[in-house]
Write a new protein. Structure first.
Length: 341
């Protein structure tokens, strides 16, 4: 490939321009960061630096300015975050430093060097109370976080947009699952391979979203001019379900009895941080930048589950093999992934 190669694929229709050559990605060891780096590794025209946490602490303003000043990236993607929602309640200052102050440091450094910034945020910036219309939160909906994690993430958004108003993009997403790291989907796959029932809350609603598809959206945004992408975008799968509904879907796809998943409510869980009852995001901006609508969550889950669980070609083998990473075995085999018809 060369510098004139346009971004295309499921997220775009080939209308975007060339990708920036020089990238810096923070949080590359996380689920989303892994998938973004994998996409970029396949692009010969880009040069990517992805410092580990011990190589770049985004809470250190001087270190951020020095690193960005030395590499001179054209675009910075911030996937770094304090994601331990419950721990943030007890360590709000530390979480705020990462989620609130860190993004502002990055934005200031980008402003000083002329770089763009893509900053990943969350549904937790909203109150999480179910609206009467049952509509998803639009990009410009009123925020109102009810957790320490959400307050820090909202501060990070504001810092990015204040420091870099013409060259920053905030991408909110939610209910992520992917091949790398722990996720609800992986946990439910493990439960599906073990006997017994599992109780899952049925009063929290959101959009299960594959990290690979969010990574594709980040690449699409990077290929567009800054004046078309400034502000807030939402990147979540279409439709919505509860954690209970998602668990049943995972069981079904793995050939396990979804009746083993039983509903419960949030009151039965004693957690320091209140979980949003309504985490549904509306994504109105994609059609205006040449992006296709994001696919329904059920379709994406069905298409991605074998890859997420590292079970390549499982539908042709009848059972999951010995290399099924992260999943406990039961009687020497695991449930078969059922292809979507």
């Amino acid at each position: 490939m060369n510098d004139t190669t346009a971004a295309a694929g499921p997220a775009g229709r080939g209308a975007a321009g060339p990708l920036p050559r020089r990238w810096l990605v923070t949080g590359g060891s996380g689920m989303l960061g892994h998938d973004l780096l994998a996409l970029l590794a396949a692009r010969d025209e880009v040069d990517v630096v992805a410092p580990r946490r011990d190589e770049l602490d985004i809470t250190d303003a001087r270190a951020v300015h020095e690193r960005i000043g030395a590499h001179r990236p054209q675009i910075v993607v911030n996937c770094a975050a304090w994601t331990a929602v419950d721990d943030a309640e007890e360590h709000e200052a530390e979480a705020y430093a990462v989620n609130g102050e860190g993004p502002r440091h990055l934005a200031r450094a980008c402003a000083a060097t002329g770089a763009r910034l893509l900053h990943v945020s969350t549904d937790y910036v909203f109150s999480g109370r179910r609206p009467q219309s049952a509509a998803g939160y639009a990009e410009d909906a009123d925020t109102g976080p009810g957790t320490a994690y959400g307050r820090g993430k909202l501060a990070g958004e504001r810092g990015v947009l204040e420091e870099l108003p013409t060259a920053a993009t905030v991408v909110r997403t939610a209910w992520l699952y992917g091949r790398h790291g722990r996720s609800f989907v992986r946990t439910m796959a493990e439960r599906a391979a073990s006997p017994g029932e599992v109780r899952i809350v049925d009063d929290q609603h959101g959009q299960p979203t594959w990290t690979k598809e969010v990574a594709e959206r980040l690449v699409l945004l990077a290929a567009l001019p800054a004046d078309r992408t400034r502000g807030v975008f939402h990147a979540t799968a279409a439709g919505h379900t509860s954690w209970y509904g998602l668990a049943r879907a995972v069981f079904s796809l793995l050939g396990a009895d979804p009746g083993r998943v039983r509903p419960t409510d949030s009151a039965s869980l004693e957690r320091p941080a209140r979980r949003p009852a309504w985490s549904v995001l509306a994504d109105h901006r994609w059609p205006h930048v040449g992006g296709a609508p994001m696919r329904p969550w059920r379709d994406v889950l069905s298409d991605s589950l074998a890859e997420v669980l590292d079970l390549a070609s499982v539908e042709h083998r009848g059972s999951l093999g010995a290399d099924a990473e992260g999943l406990p075995r039961q009687s020497g085999q695991l449930p078969r992934v059922v292809p979507r018809g």
